[in-house]
Design a protein around this ligand. Structure first.
Ligand SMILES: Cc1cc2nc3c(=O)[nH]c(=O)nc-3n(C[C@H](O)[C@H](O)[C@H](O)COP(=O)(O)OP(=O)(O)OC[C@H]3O[C@@H](n4cnc5c(N)ncnc54)[C@H](O)[C@@H]3O)c2cc1C
Length: 455
């Protein structure tokens, strides 16, 4: 069956939810990774209901047409990029909060709701969903689940994997499954909910989620910074905080290059050369005491510590951290990497980054969720495609993280950009097992082909 026939079938059953305009198809080729699919998809289906998703997949299954599911397209691994001969299936319009249960601390939502819109909807109930990717204003809850997203607060409050009780998923042939449970406990059968979290659109389309909520406890916070003479010292400081038993809600590290770029962007006075900075937030009733405790640990580690004296000062410190992405965009095209290491190995990982910078004659501005050991080294280059020498440097970075007991991706996922390293981390047997599992969900391989497993 030709692409024209597939589009005709989609139109017959889904009407104006099928968009074949060049603009929409072109947009669906790319996410925010800097990588785009070679050609444009056949059509973008804007699903408005579970039935729309099921209908799209029935047609795709019957015609053997690949389907790339899309939330908001803010991914950094190329996972949502749809190309020639594929259907881009957007669930962005499925954005309702279906149920909020303060007594059970859960909410049932559709996948296309933006993370920040969910937060606004939960606020009147005094509840919140902890995962807070820096992209929370622009990324969907479904996308957060499909990528297994993290965020700044996950050092204390966990990642998406810790905050989802159940998912509704449409399989490749259009069947609807309800995975998981609404209860706090539940061990009936295999944990397929966990399998779907982080599956990047390869196992099915997430059409609903039951989220595990917390009561809002972040009303009282304290923020402090510690400036260190170099990034290794800052990394040692963050490891010392973790080892001390203190539990910051957020602990972020910015190296000298990142700080300089952000200060330039925000027109702030230039920071001292080579100086790296930790920014830490404590929260809850013990926030003041915990901030003092952390300040003492960081001072002993050689940091120059300052406790923010006002909310405005604290807000500026967090604005500096959150401006990293726009600051990098002013420098060129950016490949934002995402390796994670055990927190005690952070100083060694920064040594490795310095070694790679020297070996390749490049600079790698790096920010780090130091509270959980997740680093975002930024490779900046000119032009739209990642040059081969940058991939070589990134290859060294991945191998260094693996040697230190770490992982290729802490929160952004594998997508297309990291699939060639997947077997290096998993080993051949586990890689094959994972691929076989994906085939059980999607025997004909129409769900996001070429992503994650390079099927
Ligand atoms: C400025 C910026 C900051 C960022 N900060 C963070 C951060 O702090 N932490 C973090 O983890 N990420 C971060 N990201 C990356 C990105 O925002 C996350 O990966 C986010 O979870 C993607 O959500 P999305 O709705 O944009 O998904 P998309 O980009 O549309 O899709 C991502 C992947 O999920 C799949 N997918 C999407 N929706 C579904 C669904 N309903 N069912 C099945 N599969 C689906 C897609 O096929 C694709 O493989 C950042 C990105 C940017 C641009």
């Amino acid at each position: 069956m030709t692409g024209v026939d597939v589009v005709r079938l989609l139109r017959e059953r889904l009407g104006d939810r099928v968009d074949t305009s060049p603009g929409a198809r072109d947009l669906a080729r790319a996410d925010k990774s800097g990588h785009a699919a070679g050609g444009a998809p056949l059509a973008v289906v804007h699903a408005a209901s579970v039935a729309d998703v099921q209908e799209t997949l029935r047609i795709a299954h019957a015609t053997g047409t690949p389907v790339v599911t899309r939330g908001a397209g803010t991914g950094l691994a190329g996972g949502a990029n749809a190309g020639t001969g594929e259907i881009a299936l957007s669930v962005r319009r499925m954005d309702r909060v279906l149920e909020v249960r303060p007594d059970d601390l859960l909410a049932v939502v559709e996948p296309g709701i933006l993370n920040a819109d969910l937060d606004a909807a939960l606020e009147p109930y005094g509840l919140w969903w902890p995962p807070d990717p820096a992209s929370r204003e622009i990324s969907t809850v479904g996308g957060n689940i499909a990528t297994g997203a993290g965020g700044l607060l996950c050092a204390k409050y966990g990642v998406v994997r810790d905050a989802v009780l159940a998912v509704d998923i449409v399989l490749a042939d259009g069947r609807l499954l309800h995975l998981g449970h609404r209860t706090v406990k539940g061990v009936t059968g295999l944990d397929l909910t966990s399998l779907v979290i982080g599956s990047e659109g390869t196992l099915g389309v997430i059409v609903g989620a039951t989220l595990k909520l917390r009561r809002r406890s972040t009303a009282h916070t304290r923020t402090l910074t510690a400036v260190f003479p170099d990034v290794r010292a800052a990394a040692r400081g963050s490891s010392a905080v973790t080892a001390s038993g203190a539990q910051p809600a957020i602990m972020e590290l910015m190296d000298a290059l990142s700080l300089a770029a952000v200060h330039r962007l925000l027109q702030l006075p230039a920071p001292a050369a080579e100086a790296a900075q930790l920014t830490v937030q404590t929260d809850g009733p013990g926030a003041d005491a915990e901030a003092e405790q952390i300040a003492a640990v960081l001072t002993a580690a050689g940091g120059t510590v300052r406790l923010a004296e006002s909310e405005a000062e604290a807000a500026l410190l967090w604005r500096i951290r959150r401006s990293m992405h726009p600051a990098m965009e002013t420098l060129g095209t950016t490949l934002i990497e995402d390796v994670s290491v055990p927190r005690s190995r952070l100083p060694e990982m920064f040594d490795e980054i310095a070694r790679i910078e020297r070996a390749y004659g490049i600079r790698i501005p790096t920010v780090c969720h130091a509270g959980d050991g997740n680093l975002h080294p930024n490779f900046v280059f000119a032009g739209p495609e990642v040059p081969p020498e940058i991939w070589e440097a990134a290859d060294e970075l991945f191998r260094a993280a693996l040697r230190l007991g770490g992982t290729l991706t802490g929160e952004h996922g594998v997508g297309v950009l990291k699939r060639r390293w997947l077997a290096d981390e998993l080993g051949d047997d586990q890689w094959q097992l994972q691929r076989d599992i994906a085939r059980v969900f999607d025997p004909t391989g129409i769900l996001n082909p070429g992503k994650v497993f390079d099927r």
